[in-house]
Design a protein around this ligand. Structure first.
Ligand SMILES: [Zn+2]
Length: 101
């Protein structure tokens, strides 16, 4: 799917709280943004990869629950961000921790 560029513009990953972005989410985000792919794999060393890994990538948003559940405000903000990303045509990755509360 990735190689044929058919993934949608926004990706949402949900994972257990405290575990941080899952390995898959991190890998896929790096795969999307890496500027130095090695045989189709993210290099893990370029600025993009590093920013994904450290949680500082502007197009990779991680939402963590405040308290025991993600607040409605956070969900609203997420929806706004997702609609914006669609209009701008930029790929963005959203990682939601413990969305089930
Ligand atoms: Zn890279």
């Amino acid at each position: 799917m990735i190689q044929h560029d058919r993934l949608s513009q926004a990706y949402v990953f949900v994972g257990p709280r405290g575990s941080g972005p899952s390995a898959l989410a991190t890998w896929l985000a790096q795969r999307l943004f890496c500027t130095n792919l090695q045989d189709g794999q993210p290099c893990g060393e370029c600025d993009e990869c590093r920013r994904v890994l450290t949680g500082n990538h502007t197009d990779v948003l991680t939402i963590s629950p405040e308290g025991t559940a993600i607040k409605a405000d956070a969900v609203r903000g997420l929806k706004e961000e997702m609609s914006k990303s669609g209009m701008e045509g930029n790929r963005r990755v959203f990682i939601i921790e413990d969305a089930d509360g």
